[in-house]
Design a protein around this ligand. Structure first.
Ligand code: AMP
Length: 430
């Protein structure tokens, strides 16, 4: 009887230990939630409304440092969730202060990025009462007077491009910078590429030294280190590695003007008649236009874009998988998720928005240990974007020469001939 009881106790202890082990294992595997990051409840409501469930790696690494009021250097690309990595903790910190003034300045290279960050803040801060505003030059934003008025009447966060910001800071009746506590430089390497180093240093001279500074950059060349040394104070450092293209993909590219792209593509496809091909274009209008052109030249192609109903998309996918369609043209909605064996060629009719998209797009070929080819057509407007993709993915991309009678855009030639980026003055005009 005694022995029997001991046996039961022993079994129960084993079960308890197994359950405990399982819990410890799960705790280690479980990714941190936003709740674990101790963010303000109104931010958690915003995250919920935006449908962000789990923090991305950069968010998991960056948010605790920013909440702890450290300066930060973060090496991370677009697509990693870097915006929310600084927006969330900075807004959390803003909410801790009762007397609110313009406290946060985010400096970014382009107006598109300024708008994008502004929109993301609008979503994430929806339940917090924190306000933001994008400040940039050109015609599509608020006018100079409207921007100045809004700045003086007090927003919490300003996201600005360097040129317009500096012009505002140095004009009479400028806005007050003395309450700025948080300074973020986003895509710092790109700002330096565009020749904004002096402007940035000048802007920072208007901002109090007692502040928290966060620097985000896709790459960390020595000049970013120099800038960081100058403007950050004992920063914490984090790096998020970018995905790399599969080894089996032969990557090719060609500098070419828009006017010649379709003709070049047709002659390229002529020599690869047996290939199963996906062509990516940046917009659905471009997809439709190219589809029309290829069909006119008797190419067995179909277009895949967001105007199609779900059953139509599924039917296209089925036909492509069964080899009834040789060539599919699509926007980036094609790049994620589609898993079709035997695609031998991916063409980027124009350069994808960022390196992650490039890796996803060309990853449609060379699946399951097979080999494949990826060709990217680069016009003058896209060459800096392409250069960044090449650098960030560490890709070895073979340049194809253009046939007689076809031309690359001017900008490309000036870069190529000097084998480095054009002068700052030239770059700003691109
Ligand atoms: P970013 O790198 O900041 O440009 O973000 C890339 C995309 O990821 C944006 O569309 C964000 O809305 C989205 N995003 C950022 N963080 C998360 C998250 N934790 N969960 C889901 N999506 C996210």
């Amino acid at each position: 009887m005694m022995a029997f009881d001991w046996f039961h106790v022993w079994v129960k202890i084993q079960i308890f230990l197994n359950i405990l082990q399982l819990h410890i294992l799960q705790a280690n595997l479980n990714v941190l939630t936003f709740f674990d990051l101790n963010l303000n409840d109104s931010l958690l409501d915003g995250l919920d409304a935006m449908g962000f469930e789990t923090p991305t790696p950069i968010q998991q690494l960056a948010i605790p440092h920013v909440l702890a009021k450290h300066d930060l250097i973060a090496c991370a690309q677009t697509g990693t969730g870097k915006t929310a990595a600084f927006v969330l903790p900075v807004i959390h910190n803003i909410l801790e202060h009762e007397n609110r003034k313009l406290s946060t300045l985010v400096i970014v290279p382009t107006r598109e990025l300024a708008q994008q960050i502004d929109q993301q803040i609008e979503g994430l801060a929806y339940f917090t009462g924190v306000s933001s505003m994008a400040v940039y030059g050109g015609g599509d934003g608020l006018s100079w007077e409207q921007q100045q008025k809004a700045l003086r009447t007090g927003v919490d966060v300003v996201i600005a491009t360097p040129g317009r910001l500096l012009a505002m800071l140095t004009s009479s009746g400028s806005f007050d910078t003395k309450y700025i506590k948080y300074l973020v430089l986003d895509e710092a390497d790109r700002m330096l590429d565009m020749g904004f180093y002096d402007d940035i240093i000048r802007i920072i001279s208007f901002i109090p030294k007692e502040r928290q500074t966060l620097l985000f950059s896709a790459t960390m060349p020595p000049r970013i280190r120099t800038l960081a040394q100058k403007i950050l104070h004992h920063p914490k450092e984090i790096t998020i590695a970018i995905s790399k293209p599969a080894e089996g993909i032969a990557q090719q590219m060609c500098y070419i003007g828009d006017a010649y792209k379709t003709a070049f593509l047709l002659s390229y496809l002529q020599a690869r008649q047996d290939d199963r091909v996906i062509i990516f274009a940046s917009t659905k209008d471009k997809v439709k236009e190219l589809h029309k052109e290829l069909v006119k030249r008797k190419v067995n192609a179909q277009a895949f874009h967001s105007d199609l109903e779900q059953p139509e998309r599924e039917e296209l996918m089925r036909a492509f998988k069964n080899n009834e369609i040789k060539l599919l043209i699509g926007t980036d909605i094609l790049s994620r998720g589609i898993d079709v064996e035997g695609i031998s060629l991916v063409v980027n009719y124009d350069v994808p928005p960022d390196p992650e998209d490039y890796v996803h797009r060309i990853g449609r070929t060379a699946r399951a240990e097979r080999t494949g080819t990826a060709l990217t057509l680069v016009n003058g407007k896209d060459f800096i974007k392409f250069k960044r993709i090449k650098e960030l993915t560490g890709s070895n991309i073979v340049e194809l020469m253009l046939p007689e009678g076809m031309k690359a855009d001017e900008q490309r030639r000036s870069v190529h001939s000097s084998n480095k980026l054009p002068s700052n003055k030239h770059r700003k005009k691109l």
